[in-house]
Ligand binder design. Sequence first.
Ligand code: SF4
Length: 694
Amino acid sequence: IIDMGQPDHSVVTTCAYCGVGCSFRAEMKGDTLVRMVPWKQGKANRGHSCVKGRFAYGYASHADRILNPMIRERIEDPWREVSWDEAMTFTATRLRRIQDQHGPGAIGGITSSRCTNEETYLVQKLIRQVFGNNNVDTCARVCHSPTGYGLKTTFGTSAGTQDFDSVAQTDVVIVIGANPTDGHPVFASRLKKRLRAGARLIVIDPRRIDLVRSPHVQAAHHLALTPGTNVAVLTALAHVIVTEGLADEGFIRSRCDWDGFQDWAAFVADDRHSPEATALLTGVPAAELRAAARLFATGGNGAIYYGLGVTEHSQGSTTVMAIANLAMVTGNIGRPGVGVNPLRGQNNVQGACDMGSFPHELPGYRHVQDDATRAIFENLWGVTLSNEPGLRIPNMLDAAVEGTFRGLYVQGEDILQSDPNTKHVAAGLAAMDCVIVHDLFLNETANYAHVFLPGSSFLEKDGTFTNAERRINRVRRVMAPKNGYADWEVTQMLARAMGAGWHYTHPSQVMDEISATTPSFSNVSYELLEREGSVQWPCNDAAPAGTPVMHVDGFVRGKGNFVVTEYVPTDERTGPRFPLLLTTGRILSQYNVGAQTRRTENVVWHDEDVLEIHPHDAEQRGIRDGGWVRLASRSGETTLRAKITERVAPGVVYTTFHHPDTQANVITTDYSDWATNCPEYKVTAVQISPSNGP
Ligand code: SF4
């Protein structure tokens, strides 16, 4: 512990790690951050925090940070430090040259779930107004894009239905494909408090996560399914509810499309979806499926919380819709204590999606082909906007390899590490004429960049993040940007270098533009946020104080939409060469690819990724606890240490993905969600064998 002395002032801001969005008081001595203290008035955390938000901020002043812009003619050349003016002129000239030679659609950009709403709004504005196309995508592509698709299709809006306070009124909780104690620790504490007070818990997960059995908490049911069979399990639960007469017919008749319900009910009632048939597919005993379904349907207020174990599958969007079906058939929507709640991994995934980061949607989830919505932005921005949906990240990379996509602006995202098929990402980046990386550190993607624009940390800027419960929290500047400019100012510089007349002097003006153009934000302003602390969207004339619980009197789309969710097995199959299934997850002390948490001084952050193996599988292969293991798939191989444990079932292995050395994405496949291209990170056929080490 380093004694930093006594603070002389403090600033309230928001954690930049997970989607819980905890509020902190940053206690300062001059321009030095002394400590982060969880803020009791924070509505998401109510004075609680986890180790990451409280202690892992040292990366903001780490020596690895790049503070000056750099350019190079070719990616083989050494970097050359230049002034901001020279960097912007170089970048704008290259991007315009690409457009002259290859057309306006040959460039695009990627927004970051780590940046603020205002910064994200400006990146999509840059691409739509200045680049002149819809080639904007976001890192949510590889995590929660199926949430966007699934909840919009069933309920009418791409967001969780509840506030975190709601968990205090729940009676039965399903946690599926999420590990809140590691991934969303402060929410997990609130959930455990409710479980200790008597709520019942159903965990649907291939792995025995801590919530299944921990001090004072014991799940009523752990459905330890085979990875990749979520849809089959959820359909079997629905089968029991429908065939045993447990559906909430009153709710369904008044709130949902009745014809659609009848079609869906006939589908799930089919014998092929019975628990007995499903047990064979999923490995979950029929009696457990039946008992869990009865508990959820009859146990009182039922709430469902889920994570990437739902979305990162070839049927990710189908699984989200199956979850929504389960909530509707049991009447568990539209009041405190119930609902469907995606636990967002990054601090501003929700906000990045809200702000128009998808190539088919303008801010507020409105399709680019909606003439009235385009007209709002065209009038304000003074341009004619394209009504053609743009390219998703994988399509940008495909087009780059084909030679038709030549320039990419990447803000706050290391796509080489976080996106699937590392070789293909590298080939796409290497084929481009202008890759611009805007980040704190020279990340792996920067190896293929021609321009590096230094980024600013959350401590160095004003703005807002939107957490997993749609809560818009203020981010406040705690210290001056070490690189001279906050990220929103850098994007503005680039827009101006390309001829745009942007003159924002503070992010509050960007928020004013968001509220003027986006109905669900129409009452949001920095003045309101100062007064209220935070608000949950929709926040407009119909809900001036925000909306803790959605779909109270009716669904945003009108009637709730039951969708038939046929289980389709992934094309990734085990076989003699690759007989085991690998799935992945997080640990408490690390965050995503570790770019931030690995750059803190506390050694606790330097945990390594390990491979969890069932004793039976380890013994068969002569693998010992703590020894090195070669992990190989059809895509590639890596080496990790073994941890022998009964947390995983025989036939399943599990690892985290926080260290670049592990390169978990070298192992994973090219399969992706049928609707959104979200990669199938959670199911990979693998083989393991003893190794002498990396
Ligand atoms: Fe930050 Fe999430 Fe931990 Fe809260 S729970 S302190 S938001 S990482």
